[in-house]
Design a protein around this ligand. Structure first.
Ligand SMILES: [Zn+2]
Length: 140
């Protein structure tokens, strides 16, 4: 682990609401429409299915599969330089929405599209968490 601190984003509006809900739940909490139940990420002011503006953030299972990924071999950020090469991925939750995640445990040669992963939070501040992916066993 680097001794250089990571520069944290300062989310606002709906992004802030998302991170705050995650921190309060101690788990990944995705926006859910109160009118029709649609799960949406990133959060929106109006439901993409029914246009309702009534929503809440509810914890999800953390079960997901790899939708897409990239491998970084270089970083200009001092805090990330000693981590290269590292994987950043888009994971599709069992509940539907896709979420950006980082990982320390899934190495570039070990990741594949469709691979099951588990998503958890690494909370760095009350208003910001990383979503972190680890390998998961396929469920039958
Ligand atoms: Zn809706």
């Amino acid at each position: 682990m680097s001794s250089v601190s990571i520069k944290l984003p300062e989310p606002d509006d709906l992004d802030f609401a998302f991170y705050k809900a995650c921190a309060e739940n101690g788990a990944l909490a995705i926006q859910e429409c109160r009118a029709c139940g649609q799960r949406t990420h990133p959060a929106r002011y109006y439901c993409p299915r029914c246009a309702s503006d009534q929503f809440e953030f509810k914890p999800v299972s953390g079960r997901a599969t790899v939708h897409s990924y990239t491998v970084s071999h270089f970083s200009v950020e001092p805090a990330w330089r000693d981590r290269v090469p590292y994987v950043t991925l888009v994971a599709e939750l069992a509940e539907g929405p896709r979420v950006l995640a980082r990982t320390d445990t899934i190495k570039p040669g070990d990741i594949s599209i469709g691979m099951p992963v588990r998503l958890e939070l690494e909370t760095l501040a009350p208003e910001f968490s990383f979503v972190v992916a680890t390998t998961a066993k396929a469920e039958s």
